[in-house]
Design a protein around this ligand. Structure first.
Ligand code: TXA
Ligand code: MG
Length: 353
């Protein structure tokens, strides 16, 4: 039922994408790659097609979708903003797009409340991925797409994750290999008087602040309260119990994990660690396995591997997946945002143990 199309991520050709383009035009569902994670797409202006996305993902109807575009002129159909806001939107979008950033602004009448979960604002993203760009361009319509996972599960960063979750439930899955960034786009709400960061992502806050000095940053604590509708739901969670160890001090964190490992009573544990710390733990055995997420000095590597490692570990059905934490700076802030949301338990912060 589901057709899987292997498409070269750098040089997609029109002919091989034809069936995906026809599917979008006919109101079907197409999973496509972006530079962040895979998206589950439908024609943003086809309300019936959009409804199918919610059904397939089992997504609550009040959790709005992002609309993906492939050129700036598509904005005209999507937004309805006054002159001042428009200038700001143009300023920001021309600096950050195409790229891993989503902007929330007032929606036009053409955008259905189905897409926006009943809100008067719409989230828009112009991805930087040749396959996504060509698919949107040739389908001749913006594409509404959430991440292509079942609701509440980690986002797919490889077509094989999508095939596990959605095979038989969608029309087409485009397989272009692994996503480059591995975590979802940064979301900025520019509909409010002062622009607000809703979700940290691949573009660091430090860089955003240069562009938008007034950007309101919720502190880590407030990220636990929902800022946008989707954020009140559980996120990124594997089936296995994920235990996150906070890292205010690397040595202390490793010591805490080692202590925890000594008390696990022969349960099967998978530890997601890093190149710098992997040798500080016991050797792999029948009930213990270590996987490195990459180097602490290359956080983009950690982000790239994060969901893939969690999903892969989860397939082995361990009693626990233990994950080392990161300092909440730069990309580390976004990585920890995802880990905090996916954790069943957080160890190392007094109020959360
Ligand atoms: O990188 C990404 O953003 C990926 C790729 C596929 O583009 N997409 C993605 O979509 O992560 P999704 O649906 O998993 O996350 C979108 C988030 C949700 O938390 C949703 O609540 C929020 O964006 N959102 C969408 N529209 C919004 C709006 N009008 N106001 C506030 N938040 C909104
Ligand atoms: Mg998602």
């Amino acid at each position: 039922m589901t057709k899987i199309l292997k498409i070269d991520p750098l040089n997609p050709d029109k002919r091989s994408l034809r069936i995906a383009i026809e599917t979008i035009k006919n109101g079907g569902l197409v999973v496509f790659p972006t530079e962040t994670v895979y998206g589950l797409g439908a024609d943003a202006f086809n309300v019936e097609a959009v409804s199918k996305i919610f059904k397939v993902k089992n997504r609550p109807m009040d959790n709005p979708l992002i609309i993906h575009i492939s050129n700036f002129s598509q904005l005209e159909d999507l937004v309805d903003v006054d002159f001042k806001k428009r200038k700001f939107l143009d300023f920001i979008s021309h600096r950050l797009w195409p790229g891993p950033v989503t902007l929330v602004t007032k929606k036009s009448e053409r955008v259905s409340y189905k897409v926006t979960g009943g809100l008067d604002t719409v989230a828009i993203r112009y991805p930087a991925h040749p396959v996504a760009n060509l698919l949107i361009e040739l389908s001749n319509t913006p594409i509404a797409a959430p991440s292509a996972n079942l609701s509440g599960k980690p986002s797919p960063t490889d077509a094989k994750h999508v095939i596990n979750d959605l095979n038989g439930l969608v029309d087409i899955i485009i397989d272009s290999g692994r996503s480059i960034f591995g975590i979802e786009s940064t979301i900025i709400d520019i509909s409010t008087e002062v622009p607000r960061l809703l979700r940290p992502g691949p573009i660091s806050i430090e860089r955003l602040k240069v562009l938008i000095p007034t950007l309101e940053l919720p502190n880590i604590q407030s990220f636990r309260k929902p800022l946008s509708p989707g954020m009140k739901y559980r996120h990124y969670s594997p089936e296995s119990c994920l235990v996150l160890f906070i890292c205010e001090d690397e040595e202390k964190m490793v010591e805490r994990i080692r202590r925890h490992l000594r008390k696990t009573n022969n349960k099967y544990i998978i530890l997601l660690t890093t190149d710098e710390t992997i040798n500080l733990y016991p050797k792999d055995s029948n009930n213990f396995k270590k996987i490195s997420l990459g180097s602490r000095r290359k956080l983009y590597e950690i982000a790239h591997n994060l969901f893939d490692s969690i999903i892969t570990a989860d397939l082995e059905k361990p009693a626990e997946i233990i994950v080392e934490g990161f300092k909440e700076m730069g990309l580390g802030f976004s990585i920890m945002n995802r880990l905090r949301k996916s954790a069943h338990r957080i160890v190392g912060e007094e109020d959360e143990v």
